[in-house]
Design a protein around this ligand. Structure first.
Ligand SMILES: *[C@@H]1O[C@H](CO)[C@@H](O)[C@H](O)[C@H]1NC(C)=O
Ligand SMILES: *[C@@H]1O[C@H](CO)[C@@H](O)[C@H](O)[C@H]1NC(C)=O
Ligand SMILES: *[C@@H]1O[C@H](CO)[C@@H](O)[C@H](O)[C@H]1NC(C)=O
Ligand SMILES: *[C@@H]1O[C@H](CO)[C@@H](O)[C@H](O)[C@H]1NC(C)=O
Ligand SMILES: *[C@@H]1O[C@H](CO)[C@@H](O)[C@H](O)[C@H]1NC(C)=O
Ligand SMILES: *[C@@H]1O[C@H](CO)[C@@H](O)[C@H](O)[C@H]1NC(C)=O
Ligand SMILES: *[C@@H]1O[C@H](CO)[C@@H](O)[C@H](O)[C@H]1NC(C)=O
Length: 646
């Protein structure tokens, strides 16, 4: 197929937030038709049938007429688009094509949400790779080499999965972790009429064009008539829509290990994964057999949570109580890691040498069977590098145990609030921790199958792994939300004072914006190294960190909020100030004013994005801080001036 435009590449540079004007039209050059001809009428019939007949799967082909007057059209919506938006797109694209290519027999439109093309030649099942259309995000990545490696690995994986899909499911989406804990999201799609080979070849071509259009950039998309490819550093596709359409499978029980960045080790890794998988299967079989035999003996079998949505049966996660008891040395004090809201956490070691953390729920914890099952099933489904992984559970009588992966370094509060250990976390690390926590919460709020509100985000619930990467722990209070529920009410206010927003404390209302509030407090604590609770300002008066940060910020002295250890370090002062700004946006009194976690992640990653001016935070009291200003005689005055916002 040939098109009038000799240009093969049309580049559109745009910022992530500016998604307008993405449409692109290309008129064919293989012949013209006249108005009032049979071709014109057939074209009209064909185009008007597309939008009304296209179904949920977003693909439709139609033809009208015979012989030389035959018109063939094909249209495909981007995989995660809602049906109504898809229809609207197809309708609009058809009208625009008639407008822009009034005489050409062949034409192609790439609209935001759909591709539409028609011709007098056969289009169904025909691979068309030119022209191509590239859109690139102008932001640069920090480590291009490693980014490219991770991205290519992801794209090749998606290429295989999309090509392997059966009609109409030639779509794949997924993510991987690139350099600096940056998550790379991507989606690949072919028109489903293509064979696997054609789809693979179309996407392969698109992948090879990424270095031409988008090398070193944080995001980009390549559109060809027969396929589509996009990657971004933010979650741009609607995973629940893709799942709803069964375009992507439900999340696997075990997350594939993130790319190591070392190519030659990936083979060994694969082998290790396969071996581990086989061993795990064998163990599960044995455990299942034991459980089965026990059940037959016992009159009243232990109640086991049911499968929810076919994701995972809690049964497969169950461990024998005795095994876990032995692993923790009979819950010895020596193995005690800490005391959480609903029980004690112990370190343990399974017979196979694997280190685990076991949460033994207190018998009078108030956490009933329902909450327990919730936590088990929720956590089993949640797979994200910034969430502590649940490995299983054990039940015996009144005893309830949760088995988690063991996270190497203790919780965040042990570092940031410690006068010695705080120096283990320089600005670079803290910035990554803030980003990781944000992505973890975003996953809970938007990417997991169910909208989940954590409700007890605080420094002691953030664990640090070997590389000081953050992992969010303790979902004891998380509530399983239906897809459309965004807000709930509770009569039992649980949580931690200092992290709870006013609407929750006062009215018991919680929403994703409650977590955003807690996140804002966390950010301010991480930057300042000071607790919001029992905060003491310079002159010893007790108040709260939020009011102090707000006041300092308002008066252009944001630098005073920063941990003195960081002020003397090499960290970017602009980044610190920007984070304080973001923190203040999150703790605003009015929940509706607080940003969503998606915008927070965007703000953290996109430096060029201008931030709103925060309004007054909740619980802001001027008491106690006026005096601090008059006493402001900090020894770090000189470096503070460097931190003035611009
Ligand atoms: C399409 O139309 C062009 C120009 O009228 C003609 O040359 C070509 O043979 C047609 N193709 C088909 C498959 O009918
Ligand atoms: C078809 O129409 C276009 C636009 O009017 C014109 O530029 C082109 O020369 C025509 N092609 C043929 C084969 O007549
Ligand atoms: C088809 O023709 C009808 C009547 O001429 C017109 O109203 C309609 O807009 C046309 N449809 C398209 C898709 O152009
Ligand atoms: C779409 O194309 C296929 C293959 O040519 C054909 O069997 C089918 O009838 C077409 N669908 C419509 C609605 O024309
Ligand atoms: C594209 O589809 C998405 C998701 O269905 C929708 O939110 C968006 O508004 C659509 N864009 C346009 C330009 O219609
Ligand atoms: C990205 O890098 C390119 C070339 O290295 C440079 O021209 C461009 O200005 C950079 N863009 C941004 C947003 O920093
Ligand atoms: C994502 O898809 C789900 C399921 O179709 C839908 O309910 C939700 O509104 C979509 N979200 C966005 C942001 O389009």
């Amino acid at each position: 197929m040939s098109y009038q435009r000799s240009l093969v590449w049309l580049f559109v540079l745009l910022m992530q937030t500016d998604l307008s004007a993405l449409g692109q039209i290309s008129c064919g050059s293989n012949g013209n038709y006249s108005s009032n001809s049979a071709y014109s009428a057939n074209l009209n019939t064909t185009l008007s049938s597309l939008a009304t007949n296209i179904g949920n799967d977003g693909f439709y082909n139609a033809s009208a007429g015979q012989g030389p007057d035959r018109v063939n059209a094909i249209t495909l919506c981007i995989g995660d688009v809602q049906l109504s938006d898809c229809r609207e797109c197809v309708q609009r694209a058809g009208a625009e094509l008639m407008d822009s290519c009034p005489v050409q027999k062949q034409a192609l439109s790439w609209d935001d949400n759909c591709t539409l093309r028609y011709s007098n030649a056969t289009v169904y099942g025909t691979l068309v790779t030119a022209p191509a259309y590239g859109v690139v995000n102008t932001q640069n990545v920090t480590s291009p080499e490693r980014f490219r490696e991770a991205l290519t690995e992801l794209l090749v994986d998606l290429q295989g999965r999309a090509a392997g899909g059966s009609f109409p499911r030639k779509v794949a989406a997924g993510y991987t972790t690139g350099p600096d804990y940056q998550t790379i999201f991507s989606m690949a799609q072919c028109t489903p009429d293509l064979t696997s080979e054609d789809c693979s070849s179309c996407l392969g071509g698109a992948i090879s064009e990424i270095p031409i259009c988008c090398d070193g950039r944080r995001g980009g998309r390549v559109r060809r008539p027969s396929c589509y490819l996009r990657f971004e550093s933010i979650p741009f596709y609607n995973e629940s829509r893709l799942r709803e359409l069964e375009f992507v499978p439900p999340p696997p029980l075990t997350q594939s290990s993130p790319p190591s960045g070392k190519k030659n080790s990936s083979m060994t890794q694969t082998i290790v994964i396969i071996v581990v998988a086989i061993v795990v299967c064998l163990i599960l079989l044995v455990v299942a057999a034991i459980i089965f035999l026990r059940k037959r003996k016992k009159q009243k079998p232990t109640e086991i949570p049911e499968t929810i949505d076919g994701i995972s049966s809690a049964e497969s996660l169950q461990h024998a109580f005795s095994t876990i008891k032995a692993a923790t040395n009979d819950f010895s004090d020596h193995n005690k890691l800490g005391q959480g809201g609903f029980g004690t956490v112990y370190k343990g070691k399974l017979p196979n040498g694997q280190e685990i953390a076991v949460k033994r729920l207190s018998k009078n914890s108030g956490q009933g069977d329902i909450e327990f099952k919730n936590e088990v099933l929720l956590l089993a489904k949640l797979q994200h590098r910034n969430l502590v992984r649940l490995l299983g559970f054990a039940l015996e009588g009144m005893e309830k145990l949760l088995v988690y992966e063991f996270v190497q370094n203790a919780s965040l509060d042990n570092f940031i609030f410690d006068s010695i250990k705080h120096s283990d976390l320089d600005w670079d690390r803290r910035y990554k921790i803030i980003g990781g926590i944000a992505r973890g919460i975003l996953y809970l709020h938007e990417d997991s199958r169910h909208k989940i509100i954590h409700r007890d985000l605080k420094a002691s619930n953030i664990l640090l792994d070997r590389e000081m990467g953050p992992k969010i722990a303790d979902f004891g209070m998380a509530r399983l939300f239906g897809q459309d529920e965004t807000q709930g009410n509770t009569s039992r206010v649980v949580g931690t004072y200092g992290y709870m927003p006013p609407e929750y404390l006062i009215h018991g209302q919680f929403s994703i914006k409650s977590d955003v509030y807690s996140f804002g407090v966390l950010v301010l604590e991480i930057i300042s190294g000071r607790k919001n609770n029992g905060f003491r300002s310079g002159d010893g008066s007790v108040g709260d960190l939020i009011s102090f940060a707000w006041e300092s910020w308002q008066e252009g002295r944001g630098g005073e909020v920063v941990d003195p250890f960081l002020r003397s370090g090499s960290g970017s002062t602009n980044e610190m100030l920007r984070c304080i700004h973001i923190g203040l946006l999150c703790v605003q009194e009015n929940a509706a004013d607080r940003p969503t976690m998606a915008s927070v992640v965007l703000m953290l990653s996109s430096f060029s994005m201008t931030l709103n001016i925060p309004s007054e935070p909740a619980f802001y009291s001027t008491v106690g801080y006026k005096s601090e200003q008059s006493h402001s005689s900090s020894p770090n005055q000189a470096s503070i001036t460097d931190l003035q916002p611009r």
